[in-house]
Design a protein around this ligand. Structure first.
Ligand SMILES: NC(=O)c1ccc[n+]([C@@H]2O[C@H](COP(=O)([O-])OP(=O)(O)OC[C@H]3O[C@@H](n4cnc5c(N)ncnc54)[C@H](O)[C@@H]3O)[C@@H](O)[C@H]2O)c1
Ligand SMILES: O=C(O)C(=O)C[C@@H](O)[C@H](O)[C@H](O)COP(=O)(O)O
Ligand SMILES: [Zn+2]
Length: 365
């Protein structure tokens, strides 16, 4: 199959997101064209070490790189400065140089941490993303946000560091657990709500084909979502304006993840819950029609995504929301839907309305 290609063009750099089943075997050759050097690293997600990690390293070595391939423990609780520091030591021990490419092979956690390492190792080395979860393919590998969590909140320390290449081998989804596939679909639903009613409907109509990992459907799903994300990033790389739309549902989601110790909800599950909370709030505030909420809940249920959950107390969740990176002049900023396909940034929401939204998605014992 000819790969689908999305170009991401910025004033200071440009790169391609290349998508097809089986692409990992071309990784080494493609990286060598962009970052020619003797040494390279693949930082590998522990759960793909024996499968896709091995294939990536073989391809890199086949192209002529002398490889070091540290394995990363995966889980939000390991997405931290300790892991970041250990990976730096591994690259230093292997004597990687400024022109040595560093490749992330794994899910969004591996990509975010590896990207942050690549942004700071010797003050910055070439970086390549090889995402192996749906979430990382449709969202995390594109756009250059990298970083780690802190006890105070999600992704609070990091850098913008754009990759040289994003190579997406959709065959890697064949080993992904169903729960993780659903997490990726949550970010796809988000893209539909913020930009594209047609994608929103397509997700509904193609749920079965997506769940059975139909080859062409998966390439189209990834290409479509990457195109939406890349377009937003090209317009606003550093989130001065419209990139914040990609944070729809995330002010709630990050509070859920942080307040439950990063080990109860997956990021995609928290995003699904957060989108329902934000939409409920928008409906209550008269900003959008009740139909938007019912269509969102209908789609999420059809896909198998959560719409409510047992959550910590609303007051505790609001306190965590105050650490969100979008907070300005002490005010919580929310991204709220106007309709399916358009959202607005709102920063005058009273706490009482946020509490009501939390309560609407909370299941009591
Ligand atoms: N940088 C961004 O723009 C951006 C965007 C969205 C999300 N994120 C971040 O991404 C993270 C979530 O990413 P995720 O959902 O990929 O989670 P993840 O990285 O935890 O991966 C999910 C699980 O799947 C396993 N896995 C990965 N690939 C596999 C495969 N092919 N087969 C079997 N198992 C596999 C992983 O080991 C892990 O257990 C969060 O930390 C979130 O904050 C970042
Ligand atoms: O790329 C972006 O911009 C996003 O907001 C994408 C989100 O899906 C992603 O979870 C991101 O990491 C959240 O951004 P943050 O700046 O709030 O950490
Ligand atoms: Zn996200």
């Amino acid at each position: 199959m000819q790969p689908a290609i999305v170009d991401l063009v910025l004033p200071h750099t440009r790169y391609q997101i290349v998508i097809a089943p089986g692409l990992l075997s071309e990784l080494g050759e493609r990286v060598m064209q962009l970052a020619k050097h003797d040494l390279a690293a693949c930082i590998i997600d522990e759960n793909v070490q024996e499968t896709w990690g091995k294939k990536a390293v073989e391809s890199m070595a086949g192209a002529g790189y002398e490889m070091t391939s540290p394995v990363m423990l995966v889980g939000e609780e390991y997405k931290n400065l300790e892991t970041f520091s250990k990976l730096h030591s591994a690259l230093l021990d292997a004597k990687l140089e400024r022109k040595s490419p560093v490749v992330a092979v794994g899910g969004g956690i591996t990509g975010d941490v590896t990207g942050f390492v690549a942004s700071s190792y010797l003050r910055g080395v070439p970086f390549v993303q090889c995402p192996t979860t749906l979430l990382a393919m449709v969202d995390a590998s594109v756009g250059g946000k990298t970083g780690v969590n802190m006890p105070q909140g999600k992704n609070l320390v990091g850098a913008f560091h754009q990759p040289h290449l994003v190579l997406i081998d959709t065959e890697t989804l064949s080993t992904l657990p169903e729960r993780e596939l659903l997490c990726g679909l949550a970010e796809c639903v988000k893209h539909g709500v913020i930009r594209d009613p047609e994608l929103f409907q397509w997700l509904h109509d193609n749920a079965d084909k997506i769940k059975s990992l139909d080859k062409n459907t998966m390439v189209e799903l990834v290409r479509w979502n990457v195109q939406i994300k890349a377009t937003v990033v090209m317009n606003d790389e550093k989130e001065a304006g419209e990139r914040a739309h990609l944070n729809f549902g995330h002010t709630f989601a990050h509070a859920i993840e942080a307040s439950t110790g990063y080990n109860t909800f997956k990021h995609g599950e928290a995003v699904a819950l957060g989108m329902v909370a934000a939409t409920q709030l928008a409906v209550d505030a008269g900003r959008c029609d009740g139909d938007v909420l019912s269509r969102l809940i209908e789609l999420q249920k059809a896909l198998g995504l959560p719409c409510e959950a047992k959550l910590p107390d609303a007051e505790k969740l609001i306190e965590v929301m105050r650490h969100d990176k979008k907070v300005a002049d002490g005010k919580i900023r929310l991204v709220l839907p106007d309709r399916i396909g358009a959202v607005s940034i709102v920063d005058d929401t009273p706490d009482v309305a946020i509490v009501a939204a939390w309560n609407a998605i909370t299941v009591n014992d």
